[in-house]
Write a protein that binds this ligand. Structure first.
Ligand SMILES: Nc1ncnc2c1ncn2[C@@H]1O[C@H](COP(=O)(O)OP(=O)(O)OP(=O)(O)O)[C@@H](O)[C@H]1O
Ligand SMILES: [Mg+2]
Length: 253
């Protein structure tokens, strides 16, 4: 079989050339990293879960008219996506204080915010993804004012959709990060949601118990990350409720 051309290998995913121009295959690895890759591990089955969960969220977003790069899932670990020009920003939406917001501003973790707060971080691992303002974004040409307005609108629509999905299964969407890319149509571009939406890029707390069901389980050594992600997938109906761990083979009659 002809080997596909690898376009990019990141910390959590690999991109391969897709079957048609303008497409890519996104492969989800089991690698987990935190604190700008200072902490690393391999979590068996994480890639399979994130592939399924990202498919679930992106399909849902497409269905409600929020454009995403997702075309279709190909197999356990791979999905076909539209190739975009990634805007080099991480767009973070926060509903409840946690993580760096709590640390920086001294707001107690868990305090609900008066309105969703959107933040932009410059995607640069060497610099540790520093937070930037709209002034920086425009001055350095990463995006223009129209793009910023579109990114904010997209991020808020994703927030409404994801918050609703999670609330329905007893989970609070504390915050999340998305990446956004440009697709060109003649001389014009449109912005669409790219990368992944999964418990790697969200903070998810059980509404009843406050139990963390996201990558903080790995960051803070709170137990099994794959159990937490499996729990999210089961509640959303992405995995059958009675299935075992995703990596264990089972007999089919
Ligand atoms: N539709 C897309 N078209 C092109 N690039 C994409 C698309 N979706 C995601 N990407 C990019 O693919 C890469 C996915 O790999 P991964 O998430 O493992 O990277 P990473 O290690 O987090 O590093 P970084 O995001 O800083 O490049 C990211 O660089 C992401 O920006
Ligand atoms: Mg990434």
């Amino acid at each position: 079989m002809a080997r596909r051309k690898k376009v990019y290998e990141g910390k959590a995913k690999i991109l391969y050339e897709g079957p048609e121009p303008g497409t890519l295959v996104q492969y989800f690895k089991d690698d987990a990293t935190a604190f700008n890759a200072e902490k690393k591990d391999v979590i068996e089955g994480k890639g399979v879960l994130n592939n399924r969960l990202s498919e679930f969220f992106m399909n849902g977003l497409n269905a409600v008219g929020v454009p995403t790069h997702f075309i279709k899932r190909l197999n356990m670990r791979e999905q076909l996506i539209r190739s975009v020009e990634i805007i080099p920003l991480e767009v973070v939406v926060r509903n409840v204080a946690a993580g760096s917001l709590s640390k920086r501003l001294g707001i107690e973790e868990g305090q609900p915010l008066p309105r969703p707060i959107i933040e932009f971080y410059f995607k640069d691992d060497k610099l540790g993804d520093p937070m930037v303002s709209e002034e920086h974004i425009i001055a350095f040409g990463w995006a223009n004012q129209q793009d910023i307005d579109d990114m904010v609108a997209l991020a808020l629509r994703v927030n409404d959709f994801l918050s609703g999905c999670m609330l329905a299964v007893g989970i609070r969407l504390v915050d999340f990060k998305i990446e956004i890319g440009r697709i060109w149509e003649n001389d014009f571009h449109r912005l669409i949601v790219a990368d992944e939406i999964s418990p790697d890029s969200c903070r998810l707390w059980d509404i009843e118990t406050g139990k963390k069901l996201d990558k903080d389980v790995f960051r803070q050594d709170l137990g099994s990350l794959s159990d937490a992600y499996t729990e999210v997938a089961r509640r959303l109906g992405v995995l059958p409720h009675n299935s075992g761990p995703v990596t264990r083979p089972h007999l089919v009659n």
